[in-house]
Design a protein around this ligand. Structure first.
Ligand SMILES: NC(=O)c1ccc[n+]([C@@H]2O[C@H](COP(=O)([O-])OP(=O)(O)OC[C@H]3O[C@@H](n4cnc5c(N)ncnc54)[C@H](O)[C@@H]3O)[C@@H](O)[C@H]2O)c1
Length: 253
């Protein structure tokens, strides 16, 4: 495997499981030092152990990334320990309960928007100055099929993932002459531990079920990680502001 990330430091959020874990492991195999950021200490430290067992370098930072103090700690610990941040993978996310607009509770709306959209913004805001200083950096955000269309999830998740595309495009344009590339992947169905706690009788769920039959083959997390790492790599040196579907053609329908 090519070690094209040798010498680079990558923060991967939600790296304790699923797509984030697969991305952290692949970046480490390609030579990156990886900061494994996750809500859960056990899974984060397990991924760090997997990286180090493979001869790589990693550390875990545990906390809720929708909290500004956790984000500040993540960035300052990374800079204090490794001195630089080359790559930010904004991957951590949660599902909603498939509610229609008139069914969404304040709690679900605020939590889903906070974790899926505000946290990537907080992380981008905190990391960008370090990339600007070196005029180099790559940010990859995880949106979803639900960021591309209205028929893949409930209202809160759909809005949050559309917002991630706005954050991606805005940052890509604003930083285009500063050496920072910003892209997104839009996975379709992926076999992970992402939980969907469908609210009983949610209208959104019943309606959306008709369209979700288009999902096609369910991907392995590693298949999404490969696309994330491509966008973070120098192989994508002229790619910025792109939203890459990784969805077995779902978005082509
Ligand atoms: N699985 C799918 O079908 C699918 C499809 C499209 C998009 N996505 C997106 O992919 C991303 C990764 O999801 P996954 O499928 O790997 O799910 P997952 O649940 O397997 O992994 C998500 C990880 O993020 C962590 N996390 C969640 N909230 C956090 C927070 N507030 N702070 C820190 N860490 C937090 C979790 O602890 C977990 O380790 C998410 O943004 C999700 O919306 C997933």
């Amino acid at each position: 495997m090519t070690r094209d990330f040798e010498g680079q430091v990558a923060i991967v959020t939600g790296a304790g499981a699923g797509i984030g874990r697969a991305t952290a492991l692949l970046l480490a195999q390609r030579g990156a030092t990886v900061v494994v950021a996750d809500l859960h200490a056990r899974t984060a430290t397990e991924v760090v152990a997997e990286v180090t067992a493979g001869g790589g370098e990693a550390m875990a930072i545990v906390g809720d990334l929708s909290d500004q103090t956790v984000v500040d700690n993540l960035v300052s610990e990374t800079i204090d320990t490794y001195g630089r941040i080359d790559v930010l993978i904004n991957n951590a996310g949660i599902m909603d309960d498939m509610s229609a607009p008139h069914e969404v509770s304040d709690t679900v709306w605020e939590r889903v928007l906070r974790v899926n959209l505000t946290a990537p913004f907080l992380l981008t805001r905190a990391v960008a100055p370090h990339m600007l200083r070196r005029a180099k950096g790559a940010i990859v955000n995880t949106t979803s099929e639900a960021g591309l269309r209205g028929s893949a999830a409930g209202t809160a998740y759909t809005v949050s993932k559309h917002g991630v595309i706005g954050l991606t495009r805005s940052a890509a344009v604003i930083y285009r002459d500063q050496g920072i590339r910003v892209n997104a992947v839009a996975p379709g169905g992926v076999a992970t531990s992402l939980e969907v706690n469908v609210k009983d009788d949610a209208m959104g769920s019943a309606v959306i079920a008709d369209y979700r039959s288009n999902v096609g083959r369910i991907a392995r997390a590693e298949e999404v990680a490969a696309a994330v790492v491509f966008l973070a790599s120098d192989a994508a040196s002229n790619v910025s502001g792109a939203v890459l579907p990784v969805d077995n053609g779902w978005s082509a329908i």
